[in-house]
Design a protein around this ligand. Structure first.
Ligand SMILES: [Zn+2]
Length: 475
């Protein structure tokens, strides 16, 4: 197939494959600045460093925007079995857990299928729920941790333990709402508790957490590669840069953030040929509730109609093929097919939308969007592996995939920006609403409202929970 951009492609690909820029950046982001969790020292420092790097590349308008979000500081968590034996376990609090102390019976819910919270309500009431991170068998959509947590609360659980379903990765983390104390436990320790419960029928546990919920400042890093045309339309590519506080967040998300920076650097080098502007964004505070992307969409309302396409590269440099999963825009598949052929790149496509990353606020505004990654792997994925554990470290990231991601997506975005025929149909608010409903995503939102109403009826409400109830909006 004839390639109208052969010269540009050659320049981009040879630059990417003869430098180690994204890997060098990844090491600094993770080893020097740590998790970049909102409110940590490394957060602001990493943001200033990213802006400095981007300025060095030459790109325009490199800056960061500041906003306030509900933050959280981890304290040491303990979990003890107090009866029929005495034993202590290594656990961690889940972000936004309240600081609290409770002693109660342990109830194991397996993978936490939706029907079990109703069915076993009597057992759950007043007790501590133990549930795995695995998706329940036969469940079509992804049953997110927060939904398992909220359904446990509606069944009147007083404590919550989230068990990794992967061996050897330690306790998992992941944000919840500040209502009851919530812990992560390893597969091995969780399995021990399950066996103890099977043998003894009744197990009492004591949970102590000393976490703090408070407001913190965090950031979005933004820059532009301007286009040569007068067109107002532009393209957005982004990835969050914040990791979980227990982790380097190397694959998720730093491999994506450095891919975004590498795309900026390479698009800048071919800017003379770029028709429309490409805006690159590294979002803050994704892990605890998509705060960065929601903030961007809320503070740049006029831009929404001019965004041609938003490519989310969350964990973009992870191992695997680099295609595009479009968010229900089937008319865009033909573009990738044609472009992949002229680029001689292997880029497959798929259609599916998850509400759990930074494309979601853009999707809700009707912006045509997609996620980078391997569509096939996305379809068959059953969990996070070492993601969201302390083992998501720099050594998990391979140069090969950082390069592949940068090579495919720089050229893909260049083509999106240059295409004269680009007409994905923007969804109306009504269509988006109907789509969310059909996918079952509105259930999560309704569930959150239900939980708030329920918690308001409690006699005793923790101060952190009170703040959460008073907050007007969350994602
Ligand atoms: Zn992520």
């Amino acid at each position: 197939m004839e390639n109208p951009y052969l010269k540009v492609d050659k320049q981009i690909v040879s630059e990417i494959y003869t430098t180690s820029e994204p890997m060098d950046n990844l090491k600094v982001l993770c080893d020097v600045y740590g998790s970049r969790f909102p409110g940590t020292k490394g957060d602001l420092r990493s943001v200033k460093w990213m802006v400095k790097r981007l300025k060095k590349y030459g790109v325009k308008n490199a800056h960061f925007e500041t906003f306030k979000i509900p933050g959280w500081k981890r304290g040491k968590a303990t979990l003890k079995v107090t009866s029929p034996i005495k034993k202590e376990f290594d656990v961690i609090s889940l972000p936004h857990s309240i600081g609290s102390e409770i002693e109660s019976k342990l109830v194991y819910l397996g993978d936490g299928a939706i029907e079990d919270y109703e069915r076993r309500k009597d057992e759950i009431e007043g007790n501590v729920v133990l549930v795995t991170s695995r998706n329940p068998l036969g469940m079509k959509r992804f049953l997110h941790r927060t939904e398992k947590y909220m359904r446990s609360i509606l069944a009147r659980a007083k404590g919550w333990i989230f068990m990794n379903h992967y061996p050897a990765y330690g306790p998992p983390t992941g944000g919840i709402s500040p209502i009851i104390p919530a812990l992560g436990i390893s597969y091995e320790d969780g399995s021990y508790l399950v066996r103890l419960l099977e043998r003894e029928n009744e197990v009492t546990v004591k949970i102590k957490t000393i976490d703090k919920n408070m407001e913190v400042e965090t950031y979005n890093v933004i820059c532009d590669v301007p286009g040569t045309s007068e067109d107002n339309e532009f393209v957005v590519a982004g990835s969050h840069y914040d990791g979980h506080d227990i982790s380097q967040g190397a694959v998720d998300p730093a491999s994506g953030a450095v891919t975004v920076m590498e795309i900026a650097r390479n698009l800048w080098k071919v800017r003379k040929h770029l028709k429309r502007r490409v805006r690159l964004i590294c979002f803050g505070a994704e892990e605890t509730g998509l705060f960065g992307s929601y903030n961007y969409v809320a503070t740049h309302p006029k831009e929404m109609k001019d965004i041609r396409f938003m490519l989310n590269l969350d964990s973009g440099g992870s191992k695997g093929k680099k295609g595009v999963t479009f968010h229900d825009f089937p008319e865009l598949e033909a573009y990738v097919e044609k472009w992949a052929a002229e680029m001689n790149a292997e880029m497959t496509t798929d259609q599916r939308v998850s509400p759990y990353s930074d494309h979601w606020p853009f999707f809700l505004k009707g912006v045509p969007s997609g996620s980078g990654g391997d569509p096939e792997a996305r379809r068959t994925r059953t969990g996070r592996g070492y993601g969201h554990t302390k083992y998501d470290t720099v050594d998990k990231v391979e140069m090969e995939y950082l390069r592949l991601a940068a090579a495919n997506y720089t050229r893909f975005l260049f083509r999106v920006a240059n295409a004269d025929e680009w007409k994905p149909r923007r969804k109306t608010q009504k269509e988006i609403h109907a789509f969310s409903e059909e996918q079952g995503y509105d259930q999560t939102i309704k569930l959150a409202e239900k939980v708030k109403d329920f918690v308001r009826t409690w006699d005793e409400i923790h101060a952190d929970t009170r703040d959460w109830l008073d907050r007007k909006s969350e994602w």
